[in-house]
Design a protein around this ligand. Structure first.
Ligand code: ADP
Ligand code: MG
Length: 576
């Protein structure tokens, strides 16, 4: 084997592989350039899966004729002037890699004109070979046509999926950009057919409706949070709307769509116990941080970022999301009343590329949501649960009540779980979880690694009400447990908590993860279903539900109660 220097062409193709892995990546880079150029109208046309043709036209500043050739050179950019700029990037692009990369794996034609000049220019780059710029007549702005993508890169071509799949990635890209740039009109055409036409709207919620569809958008409520130079705001789905995947969970940093573990984790932590396992919320989170606080130069496609103060950002997002949810929980459906959703109808929408995702399955989900979202009727909500007229208990686990609207069913197990959980959380926030000493300490033996962890986290455990003492090798005595919980065998619970600790291992997120565990504990150790309650116990439980936040969901995200309106009942009995 001998070492050789790779040819320039090969080097650029290797680099291209990182930037343009599929047609959607080309669309993303071209759109970023259009937005960086201040465009207000951007139009994307696709043929086939995008490998036949991708055309992006914008009405931005355009590229001066003299700079056309330079624009397609590697590492040529107008966006960084000096090295320090790299650490305060305000534009979407900065690497100067997109155009040369795309040009090295396709036949690319750039046509552009700047304001104030008569004629524009056109430049063709074919498989990395650049032609000479020609003078042509064209409107102000830039059009980039990319044909035969990956024609000389069979390896990459092979990985292209069906046109439908590639198109869905492309529309994802456009949708994210459209959310981050509501001031821009985006259009997508495929094979001559218009797939979306996101005209500029007055209110952000209308853009949300264009992109996610009015049904999802309607279920979302705004939130905002700001402290110092960090702001987190956006829209989130009020429970109980939830989705089987994280498709609608989108995070943006300084208007750049990013996939970020910390942000996603923080959003989900904000929802924490309000979602069932495996369910995801719809969230558009816009985080604004000083440019110097975030490094966007950690991923070739700029889709990941690194925060200087990761922990603070995480906590800020949790706060923001929780704040939004808390407002919503106190007054469910209020956001729908606040925002006149009717305005959606005024917006011309093409068929949404997201629409195919709405199978009948999803529709059923919306109906369930519609039912559940009436759980707290619009009128006076103070003491809602106490105001119910208790009729009895069914199957040993459902409390049957008459409400103002009709009939309400309460899952008593879920209700108990939620009450216990919220009390526990409250005690934790006050920094004093009440302990209850066990008459006879319970002994637990753990594997070495977990024993070490438990030792390390003994203080934190104590803060949660669990006092454990080392008792010989790898054995611990549980001396006290949270007073909120009834007597029981705590060894399994503690074992599970420690196993969880082993998985987290990150101090920043520990309190939440422990809380998550608590949720499980609460669920497993409070009153079990199928126990007959006395009327007094029922009233006490209803009173407690009124006293807590998030009374409508158990800590596992299951609903605590559902309500059937008179109309629902009449429909069931075919009286209407
Ligand atoms: P980068 O965006 O990282 O600077 P690119 O290779 O994407 O690198 O683009 C190179 C340069 O070409 C940009 O810096 C910009 O000056 C110019 N350019 C590219 N696309 C456009 C466009 N649509 N409108 C105006 N200028 C553009
Ligand atoms: Mg660019």
């Amino acid at each position: 084997m001998s070492i050789i220097l790779l040819s320039k062409g090969l080097v650029s193709r290797i680099a291209a592989g990182e930037v343009v892995e599929r047609p959607a990546a080309v669309v993303k880079e071209l759109l970023e350039n259009s937005l960086d150029a201040g465009a207000h109208e951007v139009s994307v046309s696709i043929e086939g899966s995008g490998s036949t043709l991708i055309r992006v036209s914008d009405n931005g500043t355009g590229i001066p004729f003299e700079e056309l050739a330079l624009a397609v050179e590697s590492h040529a950019t107008s966006k960084l002037k000096e090295e320090a700029d790299l650490f305060r990037i305000a534009t979407l692009g900065f690497r100067g890699e997109a155009l040369p990369s795309i040009g090295s794996v396709s036949r690319m034609e750039i046509t552009s004109r700047t304001k104030g000049v008569e004629t524009g220019g056109r430049l063709v780059v074919h498989g990395g070979k650049r032609g000479d710029p020609l003078r042509v007549g064209c409107p102000v702005g830039t059009t980039v046509e990319v044909r035969d993508l990956f024609m000389d890169v069979p390896a990459r071509r092979k990985f292209l999926k069906s046109p439908a799949t590639e198109l869905s990635h492309i529309s994802d890209v456009i949708n994210r950009m459209a959310l981050a740039h509501p001031e821009v009109h985006f259009r997508l055409d495929h094979g001559g057919k218009n797939l979306c036409d996101y005209v500029v709207t007055q209110r952000f919620q209308d853009r949300l409706g264009q992109v996610l569809g009015p049904d999802v958008a309607r279920g979302m409520t705004s939130f905002s949070w700001k402290q110092g130079k960090v702001a987190a705001s956006g829209f989130l789905s009020a429970t109980p709307s939830s989705f089987p995947n994280s498709r609608y969970l989108m995070t943006f940093v300084n208007r750049r769509f990013v996939r970020d573990r910390v942000l996603t984790h923080a959003v989900l932590e904000g929802y924490e116990t309000l979602l069932m396992k495996g369910r995801y919320p719809a969230v558009a989170l816009f985080l604004e941080v000083p440019y110097g606080e975030v490094d966007v130069n950690v991923h070739p496609a700029k889709i990941e970022v690194r925060f200087r103060r990761q922990g603070e950002i995480h906590d800020a997002v949790v706060e923001a999301v929780r704040g939004g949810l808390r407002v919503e929980a106190k007054d469910p459906g209020a956001h729908a009343r606040r925002s006149d959703v009717a305005a959606f109808e005024g917006v011309r929408e093409g068929p949404r590329p997201y629409a195919p995702a709405f199978t009948t399955d999803t529709l059923a989900l919306f109906r369930a949501d519609a039912l559940e979202s009436r759980i707290l009727p619009g009128a006076a909500r103070r003491g809602f649960f106490s105001s119910l007229d208790v009729l009895g208990q069914a199957l040993g686990c459902y409390i049957v009540c008459q409400s103002n609207e009709g009939m309400a069913l309460i899952d008593q197990h879920a209700a108990h779980e939620r009450v216990a959980f919220e009390k526990m959380r409250h005690q934790m926030e006050q920094g004093r979880v009440e302990h209850q000493d066990l008459l006879i300490p319970q002994m637990i033996e753990l594997p070495v690694a977990e024993a070490l962890l438990l030792e390390q986290w003994a203080d934190a455990m104590d803060g949660l009400g669990f006092t454990v003492e080392a008792f010989g090798q790898n054995t611990f005595a549980i001396r006290s447990v949270p007073a909120l919980f009834p007597a029981g065998d705590w060894r399994g619970v503690l074992g599970r908590m420690v196993a969880e600790l082993a998985e987290i291992g990150k101090s920043a997120q520990i309190s939440h993860e422990l809380e998550e565990r608590l949720m499980t504990i609460a669920c497993h150790n409070v009153i079990r279903a199928n126990r007959k309650l006395t009327l007094d116990e029922i009233h006490a439980l209803l009173g407690e539900l009124d006293g807590i936040d998030f009374a409508t969901q158990c800590p596992h995200g299951r609903p605590v109660f559902v309500e059937f309106s008179q109309a629902d009942l009449e429909k069931l009995f075919k009286r209407s």
